[in-house]
Design a protein around this ligand. Structure first.
Ligand code: SAH
Ligand code: SF4
Ligand code: F3S
Length: 488
């Protein structure tokens, strides 16, 4: 049996891709393991969004050398966004990497290659077990036959997957589920791939290619399947979910959300990420109509609070338009929680423009926020924009902004004190408490029985910190209704 370890960096699109590939490999008889030392195959799903993300990958690859030396037949594969644009460099620099396949490469081709890798690994593992080759390089001989650049290797070979695996491969491309021991089952479903927006700071359109949507029918079938299989939380994923357009019927994101909300069962649905320029009232109305299924949470990336910087970023909305959209979301979806992404130190951002961002953050009062210092990325338009702000100044802006964001999160969290929240219990923590999440995506911690993991219950919030709410169960487990919704 071949054991596989996944190291997944980056966004939920990568989480979905890794989960999909993992279930395809399970179909081939492989097992997933929790540490590198137990693996015959290590798959690293990479992220190129900021330089730091790439640096993490390189130091991780350095750490893996030790495992490769211990287990000569160990295969290490690199997939995802760094693999998309640094394939040749990776292959040259890390000769112990077995294969590289980019996020844009055709998924079935990659899975066909992977199925072949598994067959080879089985042989090599057996040879190794029988002491045929303790010292030498079975691995390298085999790799020479297969080729390490997946796309190139496959263009020279005529491998095809059997029909069953082809079907599983198509499923894998749409995502998969995660269910770590003792935790609820979560499904991550890609509804679109790629991105056409070309925000000037962002490498994603270059690593993931043009935007494409999956058919509504396939998505609904997939979600239904995951729900029947026990998934409690479904995340619909796309770089810009509200530009979703069904390739068969041309229906848009609101119709997809409604179709998913109508699937019977006890589960919550989230989606990431909408683009502020494309958020429409119909999407929000569907959220408001199905509060038992569609979470009252919206990740709404601001990026900057300065209209001039937003224009330089090619975000195609102004500060005022963003704020109007926030008002609309809050007006239509009762009790909605908002989170965001913000970049400081974009080329040419002045101190006054930074202060505008700070001001918008304060005005909105986000429940949660991710903030980053701008990172210069190859291929993007901003790569060649002049930048006069020093790294020290950028770091200071980030620290200042994060202070404001923390205060905002704390203030919004404190509004929940004394309120009842319907939560989904995710797991038991190491200190014996139950960890749950609210519809608004807040972490909620309280005392309770481990048998409640995977159920929806009502909790009264007694304390609120910036990253966590604490509370007490107010409904006896026996009285729990199958229905569930959001904050009372
Ligand atoms: N498609 C999503 C974003 C994916 S990237 C969206 O549009 O919301 C996640 C976040 O990383 C972005 O929202 C942005 O805030 C940040 N990011 C992207 N490129 C960056 C860069 N070059 N430097 C710093 N942060 C960046
Ligand atoms: Fe990048 Fe902009 Fe596309 Fe998001 S919408 S992935 S930030 S180009
Ligand atoms: Fe990173 Fe690629 Fe996602 S660059 S953020 S993994 S789309």
């Amino acid at each position: 049996m071949i054991s596989v370890f996944f190291k997944t960096y980056g966004c939920q699109a990568n989480v979905a891709d890794s989960a999909g590939i993992a279930s395809f490999l399970e179909g081939l008889g492989c097992v997933q393991v929790e540490s590198e030392g137990l693996a015959d195959l290590i798959i690293i799903n990479t992220c190129a969004i900021r330089e730091k993300a790439e640096q993490k990958l390189y130091s991780y690859l350095g750490e893996l050398l030790e495992f490769k030396e211990k287990l000569p037949y160990l295969k290490i594969g690199i997939i995802g966004c760094v693999a998309s644009y640094r394939k040749d460099e990776m292959l040259k620099r890390f000769e112990y990497i077995s294969f590289v396949s980019g996020a844009r490469d055709e998924r079935t081709t990659f899975l066909t290659y992977l199925a072949d890798v598994i067959v080879q690994l089985q042989t090599e593992k057996q040879l190794f077990a029988h002491n045929f080759d303790r010292t030498g390089d079975v691995t390298l001989t085999q790799l020479a036959i297969l080729g390490r650049d997946v796309k190139l290797a496959m263009s020279k070979r005529s491998l095809v997957l059997p029909a069953r695996l082809l079907k599983e491969g198509a499923q894998a491309a749409m995502g998969g589920t995660l269910a770590p021991e003792g935790e609820i089952k979560r499904a991550f479903i890609n509804i679109t791939t790629g991105c056409n927006n070309y925000c000037t700071f962002c490498i994603v359109p270059f690593t993931r290619g043009r935007e494409a949507s999956y058919p509504l029918e396939d998505i609904v079938m997939r979600v239904s399947h995951e729900v029947v299989a026990g998934a409690k939380e479904i995340t619909l994923i796309g770089q810009n979910v509200n530009s979703y357009t069904c390739p068969q019927t041309a229906v848009r994101f609101a119709a997809l959300l409604e179709a998913v909300a109508l699937i019977p069962g006890s589960f919550w649905v989230r989606y990431v990420s909408p683009h502020p320029k494309d958020m429409t009232r119909d999407v929000l109305e569907v959220m408001a109509k199905y509060p038992d299924k569609l979470c009252a949470w919206c990740h709404f990336p601001l990026q900057s609070g300065s209209s001039r910087v937003l224009e330089l970023m090619n975000r195609t909305y102004t500060k005022e338009e963003y704020l109007r959209q926030v008002d609309l979301i809050r007006a239509v979806v009762p009790g909605v929680a908002l989170s965001t992404d913000i970049i400081v130190g974009f080329p040419g951002e002045t101190h006054e423009e930074f202060l505008e961002t700070r001001d918008v953050a304060q005005q909105v009062g986000f429940d949660m926020a991710y903030s980053f210092v701008y990172s210069r990325r190859k291929y993007t338009k901003a790569f060649s924009m002049g930048d006069t702000c020093s790294p020290e100044e950028k770091a200071a802006r980030l620290a200042d902004l994060q202070e404001v964001l923390r205060a905002g999160s704390l203030a919004t969290a404190q509004r929940y004190i004394g309120k009842n929240l319907r939560v989904l219990v995710e797991k038991r923590t190491t200190n014996g408490k139950l960890l749950a999440r609210s519809s608004g995506n807040h972490r909620v911690v309280f005392d309770g029985d481990g048998s409640l993991v995977g159920t929806f219950i009502e909790v009264c919030i007694t304390e609120a910190g910036q990253s966590e709410l604490r509370g007490e169960i107010i409904v006896a487990p026996t009285a729990i209704s199958k229905e569930h919704g959001r904050a009372a």
